[in-house]
Design a protein. Sequence first.
Length: 153
Amino acid sequence: MERTLVLLKPGTLQRALVGEVVSRFERKGLHLAGMKMMQLTDALLSEHYAHLADKPFFQRVKDSMMANPVIALCLEGTDAIEVVRTLCGPTNGRKAPAGTIRGDFSMSFQENIVHASDGPDTAAVEIARFFRPEELFDWKPNNLLATYACDEY
């Protein structure tokens, strides 16, 4: 099973969408390996968004992510990274199709409800950045045979 990181951004909490967003991942068949609320720091965000450090909007992004707590999720499932990114939709909420999380709940490029890891290497780094090993759980849901064919998980 593959793992990926999802951050429910501050606007998700402000708009009371946490349950709705988490339920979409669960209804799809992904399961939680870790979940916690946390207040992000400037140092953590500087590391997380280092690839944006030379952009004029870098500080604005960090300020937005520190506005109030976020919910960090570690989701697990077959092809979890691709599945999560498909459910989230394109980064710009105005261009995201209806039926995706961003398409249904976002009108912004920045305030777009969720952050999702973009590949296996990134997911491994990001999960380690936001979760200590003891905060992640290895468990198998009892609905695997109803979610996957026997050779898919």
